[in-house]
Design a protein around this ligand. Structure first.
Ligand code: SIN
Length: 489
């Protein structure tokens, strides 16, 4: 089936600055590749510092009016945007699948997921309260009130091209901030289509500005925003190494930061678990988006007494996964994003096998007729803590399984990582559920649950997985600063 959107105007291939669609000022372009065929299919601007500066001037000029706009009026724009995202769900899903590769069923779910953040923050915008502080002196009045932080720079990844940008833009707009944004070079088209729909929803000029560029030129765009004190906050989802760089560079102007960085999620199956439920949970969490999610279980620990049962139930499920391009409506695992991803996954499997892991399924690039970057769903057992697949995020369809004997031993192993984004475990013992969820060092813990994210819940990590929360009321506070007002009569 075709992955072209019905609405031609949703295929935007230019920057959006001060409500104008425009090319890069120096005319440079960048090709967007279809990961299912490895062929380029669209050309977008490869922007530089001049484009970043124009975007920032527009956001800065639009700030005074937007921050003064009544919260209900801001919410009304967000609600119209939410409705447009849903009424254009199929077109947006096609764009996601075309540039990111995930199966259409997942892309449709991603659009609904993205829209849920927009609706949530439209509601939050109108329900934000400060405090009236009991006064220590007669004749004195004290309040603590929220105000927007100012211009926000938003930098998003390729794995969820709609959801990651929606859950940053929606709270920023709800809070009264204006935005300069840079989507990932692999997946700019979905982000641009979202902006087109925000424009249609009546967003005033300059409130969102989007600039696209290649990896090679990203520093030109981002450094300009990092160094400029008009940018008061930076929200980034991506690797820990890049997050650390951004944090260092933001220090001079003391920007607020939300950093949603790498993970290395443990997935624990205790001897008292419902094994069928644990296999269902792993399938949902591990193979969503072909394993290309920050919350994907990267290290699977199974109690020795249930290991064989778990593996025997898992293998046929993984074997049945259909690896195919999104043009095939029955696809369940799409291509990986690019050749670098394939190289990393392959190196993790090769390293594991060389160091004693047993490969039960998959383990290599799929020879799919479409060409592209496909990798067979893979199951490894006898994985140990020193293998590359235990130390780094594989970001692919690889289930890497180890055995454990005691709760203390598995908790120590699960926490033996610098990362702390998500953790999962399966147990039917209520006392253990409290104990283990207390002990796991992660911002998000799934207890007998494999699909965790929701617009109503705070998403974010601890340790080297970053800080800040997206979604929930906490996701709005990240875009606000508090003003204490003190008045003597
Ligand atoms: C991510 O991979 O960063 C986000 C995953 C999610 O929202 O579930």
């Amino acid at each position: 089936m075709s992955l072209l959107p019905h609405r031609a105007d949703l295929l935007r291939t230019q920057n959006f600055i001060n409500a104008r669609w425009c090319d890069a000022m120096d005319g440079r372009t960048l090709l967007v590749e279809d990961p299912a065929t490895a062929q380029p299919f669209a050309s977008v601007p490869d922007s530089s510092a001049a484009d970043a500066a124009a975007a920032l001037s527009a956001a800065s000029s639009a700030l005074p009016a937007w921050r003064r706009t009544a919260p209900r009026a801001r919410a009304a724009v967000l609600k119209r945007w939410h409705a447009l995202l849903l009424s254009n769900q199929e077109d947006l899903a096609r764009l996601i699948s075309r540039e990111q590769g995930k199966p259409l069923v997942e892309s449709r779910a991603e659009v609904a997921y993205a829209a849920s953040y927009v609706e949530w923050f439209a509601e939050e915008a109108a329900h934000l309260h400060g405090d009236v502080i009991p006064t220590p002196h007669a004749r004195r009045r004290m309040t603590a009130e929220w105000e927007p932080v100012g211009v926000v720079a938003v930098i998003t990844p390729w794995n969820f091209p709609a959801a990651m940008i929606a859950r940053k833009l929606a709270p920023a707009l709800a809070a009264g901030c204006t935005v300069v944004a840079k989507p990932a070079e692999d997946t700019p088209l979905t982000a641009l289509a979202l902006v087109r729909l925000a424009e249609e929803a009546g967003l005033p000029a300059g409130v969102i500005n989007m600039v696209v560029c290649s990896r090679e030129r990203a520093h030109l765009v981002v450094d300009l925003w990092l160094r400029d004190e008009r940018v008061r906050k930076l929200s980034f989802t991506g690797s820990t190494a890049v997050g650390q760089h951004l944090a260092r560079e933001s220090a001079t102007t003391l920007k607020r930061l939300s950093l949603e960085l790498g993970g290395n999620a443990p997935f624990l199956v205790f001897e008292d678990a419902d094994i069928g439920a644990a296999v269902d949970g792993l399938m949902a969490a591990k193979f969503r988006n072909g394993g290309q999610t920050c919350v994907s279980p990267n290290r699977i620990f199974v109690h020795r007494s249930v290991h064989n049962d778990f593996v025997n139930q898992l293998l046929p499920r993984v074997q049945q996964l259909k690896v195919a391009p999104a043009t095939d409506p029955s696809a369940q695992i799409g291509p990986m994003i690019n050749d670098r991803a394939i190289a990393k996954i392959t190196s993790h499997v090769t390293d594991a096998v060389a160091n004693g892991a047993q490969l039960l399924l998959g383990g290599h690039r799929s020879g799919h007729p479409a060409g592209g970057h496909f990798f067979d769903p893979t199951v490894l057992v006898q994985v140990t803590s020193t293998m590359a697949c235990s130390c780094e995020e594989t970001f692919g369809p690889v289930a890497a399984i180890s055995v454990f004997d005691t709760e203390d031993q598995v908790l120590e192993a699960a926490n033996a990582t610098p990362f702390g984004l998500a953790a999962y475990f399966y147990s039917q013992d209520i006392a253990r559920c409290w104990r283990v969820s207390d002990a796991l060092e992660a911002g998000i813990v799934g207890i007998n649950a494999g699909a965790l994210a929701s617009e109503a819940a705070p998403f974010g990590g601890i340790k080297a997985s970053g800080y800040g929360r997206e979604g929930s009321r906490h996701g709005l506070v990240d875009y606000l600063q508090m003003k204490f007002r003190c008045q003597d009569a």
